[in-house]
Design a protein around this ligand. Sequence first.
Ligand code: BES
Ligand code: ZN
Ligand code: ZN
Length: 471
Amino acid sequence: MNILLTEQKDKAIDIELVFLKNLNKLSKKIKNRLDKIGFSIEKESIEIVDNICYIGLGKLKGESLKIAFANMIQKINKTNFREIYVNLFQYEKELNLNEIVEGVVLGGYSFTHYKSNTISIQKTLHINISSAKKSKKDLEGQYKNTLTIMKSVNMVRDIVNTTPEDFYPEIMAVKAESIAKENSLECKVFGEDYLAKNEMNVMLAVGRASRHESKLIHLTYKPKKSKRKIVIVGKGLTYDSGGLSLKSSGGLTMKCDKSGGAAVLGIMNAITSLNYEYEVHGIIGAVENMIGGDAYKPDDVLVARNGTTIEVRNTDAEGRLVLADCLCYAQDEVKNIDYIFDMATLTGACIVGLGEYTTGVMGHSEKLKKKMIHSSKKSGELVGVLPMNRYLMNKMESKIADITNSASSRSGGAITASIFLDYFIEKENKNKWLHLDIAGAAYREESWGYNPFGGTGAGVRLILDFIKRLK
Ligand code: BES
Ligand code: ZN
Ligand code: ZN
């Protein structure tokens, strides 16, 4: 889908978008038709009659506007209409161009890589900005930035949706290198030799039974002037079988377990074009958790890069192990950090606690959590805070090592996972750290809002919004 900003109504238009806040003023014929199909203003319904695409719009802004444009594009994609027209000015108000671009680009996404026959007709949305209060230059700038972010979200969706057979740690590293090249970023990729030499034996253990070498990836964006330093660490489990604590076979999909790492790639892919004045480090632990004679075992005691000993009680709690070493690496390599976030599809418990679509946010600083909630509202990504407390700390105790990787009870599983990660956050960074559990938000096997089936690109819009708002 192309988007064109125009100042007139082009003659080549095939179909025009008409927003409806109520159905009263329509002709009887059209009103009857919309009534019959159960057209709902609140649910952003879409119906095409002749050359008009009617859109029900409860609210002319925010998530509702994004969803309306997503629904519209999905409907029009099934037709042969090519040239679509809309006026940015509706009901005496200027619609938010960012929200339109977001709805169209995210809602129009489909993953067709493995389909044999895909013919798609190129369509163009002509947006008339002639009555807009904002200048053409401003609108074009907005359009460019939003498009950059949304294209990155779709890139992340592609990565997440790609199968473990086609996307393993080495491929993640190759992808990181190509993103770095295109965006003038620094990129370091380390293999298992480096992990062994640098005492990252926990990450090494998780990937030991895989035929694919584990990779530690470090991308850096260094603008000329930098006001702040942000580190984002992503869980990049290109597949999680559970290891010897094997997952049960019922309807399992775990290619989504690389979503945290993929989101890091998405953020780094957008950051140069956005021209932000903050130094950003993206660090990914790309590993495959498999079974085999060489697999790490429940009972093993592993020593992390910072010397913490970990008793493995469950090899399926592998993400926190990989993150443990990656968090140590991040804090050793990057000094004077202002913010450190980790993003991971870490626990099923987070989905149980917050529902499918919401990212769990955990950390010590109330101020920082508030900032993240603000970015959630602004970006449209849902978050919910899960509170850590001192009593849950006991659940990570081990009889024989410093801590265990799997809590003694299932309750509060998302929180106990963050308590585990907290062992690897240095004192000076405690209030600079947030853990984002994206297990529910990153991948769904149904479409929701402007997210089609599969990977959603969770984390990209949220973190980029957070960075944008820094002072
Ligand atoms: N990758 C999973 C978590 C997950 C679950 C992601 C559902 C996406 C959808 C993670 O590695 C895992 O297996 N976690 C265990 C932890 C437990 C063993 C302490 C879980 O949630 O059951
Ligand atoms: Zn697991
Ligand atoms: Zn996992």
